[in-house]
Design a protein around this ligand. Sequence first.
Ligand code: PLP
Length: 358
Amino acid sequence: MPDAIRTEIAALSAYHVQDARGMIKLDAMENPFDFPPSLQDGLTARLRAAALNRYPDAQAVDLKHAIRRAMDVPPDLDLILGNGSDEIIQMIAMAVAKPSATLLSIEPAFVMFKMIATFCGMQYVGVPLTPDFQIDLGATQAAIAKHRPAVTFIAYPNNPTGNLFDRNALRAIIKASDGLVVIDEAYFAFSSQSFLHEVAEHANVVLMRTVSKLGMAGLRLGMLIGRKQWLDEFDKLRLPYNINALTQAAATFALEHIDIFTAQAGVLIAERQSMVLALDALFAKYPGARQFVSEANFILIRLPTGTAKAVFEKLLAQNILVKNTGTGHPLLRDTLRITIGAPSENRAFLDALTKAMT
Ligand SMILES: *Cc1c(COP(=O)(O)O)cnc(C)c1O
């Protein structure tokens, strides 16, 4: 590799996206439904009206207004937008990456937290969850005291485990931190709990969301909600025009019809419940197989010891792509992460899994 490349970058592998052509795609927490048919003509009209010869609205005024209404953002909080929440994670990390500053998270967590810490030259500390994926509060508080993280990222619900953490454990982490705590609510549409209406109570909390899991992963739009004193600083790092004109037009329109997307999420929540029952019935026959409680649009399952890779490959052979999480963190051994798809996809997955396990 070229000599000029930083050693920690040279040591990385690029984020790998598996080719899924022709497959039932249950690996990336996408919403399986088409853009709502009742909205397609309206969308076309908005896109046609977008001025592609001009730079987009740098402040995305209409879009921010639509987000505030659709998500009930408290009026005393500010809002900034990113090209996916990935870009927001990067903006936050760049802003706090003083020499030897630490980014802390729990583990297993969303892999971009660690990757972006590395991109920005930050130290990364991952505090292991308990074996049933709860926050180990003692260990986390000790890590905060030791490393004094500039920023702590926690997804709520967590990816790849799907669960919500104990709210009081999160509050204790916020209290123990001098640095910023970012609550990542990428899965808010599928969850019974949120911190949105608690952000304003804490001086050091901001909250991140995205439309990706809601049915618009292709638009690349994430948002950060929090106090002006934090968001004004992050906004300085935002590249001008980071939200393109077509995304602004499409997302503004879609969020004016948030009910339709919320209804799709409702279908997926019901599908998740059916999946839980079906997995329980199947796993009763296989000692060592289990699932973990999820408030997201996916379920993490554990297969009998040593069988996850073979099951993953047997699913692939039946044209079903899930995520083999078992190769990642030690706490994830023997696990697969299954995105909840459309009803027919979930049935196909359950049939294929039943065959793969026998
Ligand atoms: C999927 C996911 C994101 C990514 O969001 P984008 O807006 O698509 O960049 C962020 N955080 C978590 C925890 C996720 O699972």
